[in-house]
Design a protein around this ligand. Sequence first.
Ligand SMILES: Cc1cc2nc3c(=O)[nH]c(=O)nc-3n(C[C@H](O)[C@H](O)[C@H](O)COP(=O)(O)O)c2cc1C
Length: 364
Amino acid sequence: MAPTTDAGSVADLEPAARERLAGDIWDFIAGGSGDETTLAANRAALDRITLVPHVLRDLSERHTQCELFGFRASVPVAVAPIAYHRLVHPDGEMATARAARRAGVPLTVSTMSSTSLEQVTEAGGTVWFQLYPLRDRQRTRALVRRAEDAGCAALMVTVDVPWMARRPRDIRNSFSLPPHVRAPLLGDEDGAPDARSRVPHASAVAEHTRAAFAPFTWADLAELRRATSLPLIVKGVLAPDDAVRAVEAGADGVVVSNHGGRQLDGAIPTADALGAVCEAVGGRGTVLFDSGVRSGTDVLRALACGADAVLVGRPVLWGLAVEGEAGVHRVLTLLRREFTDALGLAGCPDPAAARELAIWRRPA
Ligand SMILES: Cc1cc2nc3c(=O)[nH]c(=O)nc-3n(C[C@H](O)[C@H](O)[C@H](O)COP(=O)(O)O)c2cc1C
């Protein structure tokens, strides 16, 4: 397909996506919580990480692959769970799934997917399922079984959304979903307001999730561990002691994430939290990283801080909005090319070597 935009970098796709989307949908994607200080700080903290490259090393045998929960990914990247892909393109999650499969990276399907899980897994590729624990515990258990039956390769439980934070852009826009977008996995929660019905001066999506989601505790995590034999990943961890407790509770991995600056405003930027979490986990589980990843250099920065791989969030929606499947593929390909370049220029033959790189943090 002929490219509709000249993207020399992932960041080039952001203005192209913004141009194509309605203002309230753009705000829902781009926005954060509160004063958006954490949203901005995520990027600033990544930019402060400078890398100390090695020279004169033998790079004749290079690769970028890494093992993620039994899957050999082409790069240390997976697609982050993101609600409602059909908000930005009619092909929605199907387009993202095909692009992720072609790029050789896992796709995490959200509980708030706008396409049924089975349709997405049928598109092939490695699919992880992201679970939002629901008030209806039976329905939560049914979702876990459904993910197993559909052939998902891992279960990622998100723990930083006991409810959706106040996101001023959505409140100002009285944001609600357009009529053609729904979340078939979530079903019609008994008594929960419809996320498609506009609520003046409120986000209908936030109102819906407030009624549907349940706060999650360590006891619930232990129960979830017993309930599934899938690799279990805990998403939304920032404190090193929480990360340790998660792996001690049987989690196979954690995601150092502040939800892209969409939950606790004022939370520590993930790039500042990552090193201490990796040190505390000490190799007992896989550490993934997200919130602000926009380039192959960012992937390298995360690995140099000790992460095993990153999740990429908003850029996937930019690609999807601009060119559907081809756009998502383009984002993932750009990330792979940039990462391949950065890895070699840092003197690293493979991702494992990147984790030995020294970093220096520029002062804020
Ligand atoms: C529009 C949007 C929807 C999201 N939906 C979910 C979701 O359903 N489940 C979840 O765990 N995280 C969700 N996230 C958070 C992402 O998984 C990820 O943590 C975040 O996007 C990372 O920040 P970045 O996009 O700036 O890289 C969402 C993020 C955005 C921007």
